[in-house]
Design a protein around this ligand. Sequence first.
Ligand SMILES: *Cc1c(COP(=O)(O)O)cnc(C)c1O
Length: 398
Amino acid sequence: MRVPLLDLKPQYKALKKEIDEAITKVAETQQFILGPEVEKMEQAFCDYLKCKYAVGVSSGTDALLAALMAIDIKPGDEVIVPSYSFFATAGVVARLNAVPVFTDIDPVSFNIDPEEIKRKITRKTKAVIPVHLYGQCAEMDAIMEIAKANKIKVIEDAAQAIGTQYKDNRCAGTIGNIGCFSFFPSKNLGCFGDGGLVVTNDEALAKKLKILRMHGAEPKYHHKIIGGNFRIDAIQAAVLNVKLPFLNKWSEKRRRNAEAYNKQFAKVRLADTPGRITFDSRNPVLLPKAIYKPEKGPQPGEIPQLINYHIYNQYIIRVAKRDELRQFLTDNNISTEIYYPVPFHLQECFSYLGYKLGDFPYAEEAANTSIALPIYPELGKEQIEYVVNNIREFFDKQ
Ligand SMILES: *Cc1c(COP(=O)(O)O)cnc(C)c1O
């Protein structure tokens, strides 16, 4: 059996007729940049995410960059980011000559730890970028409270969290000042190239984002501010307009696959202590956890309430002999990926910031022990069983 990490072909096959028609329609109008398809897409995302304004942009990275520009991040400003995320989260801060200030993560959720944010705030802090990593929402209530008390802005990196919900069904990306999404093909909702989206409930920010998207021009050729070419193509919008109505169904399938993994993993010896795990041979695998209401726990007779509607952009397990396990799975035709092998504070390009090994133990541990298993919606039950059987075989041999 062969298990790819991601296979986009079945999804395309299922919607081929509609998507091909939508692309042809754009070709016939020859209106390739912005225009009616993009406006339709922006409205569709406002409805889906229950937010006031959506601005289609060229990528998730440009969504983050435009968001920081919209809130006037200037050289020397400090922006707090978790040390463990995709590079863009920190890269955009440095590109504006602002200072990325790294924090450790929560060992259970992989997301930024609100207490760490508090510790890092200085007079220079202008914003924080919580990342809803792997499809699970960061602790937004605590983060918003800290941000309000310290008058800093919150830019949500929701690139992996389109359709993720928080507590009372607020959508990830719509809770902070600005939310940023990516439609890179491997995200839960992918277009046919690069694409992204910025959302906000603030009219002035929405207006500014639209101006920034067109080199800061308003009107055309008159520039009060400096922007960039952050525009999205009409073809990408057309593809997204076809796909968006199916997103919830795909998220449900990912969640069911995660459930299937959890069940299969009953056969494997599991670790249950997150963070600074000493993986001994009796407890080799730590499963991802959806976070449940932590404050009180369920009252007698009450069903535990799910805080997060986790959409499993990735299903990440943590294991001690990660690289050996990965090789074993590769040898058995199972594709996996390491997200992210080097935390920001140990990246060569950020050495000028002066961090060192040991600064963020949880981020380092995640980088050393995490492995992403295939979780895409069309993955079969037998494939999941095959993956877990192989993992069990690997550890049985230890
Ligand atoms: C994918 C991703 C981005 C960047 O999105 P692109 O569309 O690839 O530019 C930013 N942040 C996170 C967390 C991501 O996963």
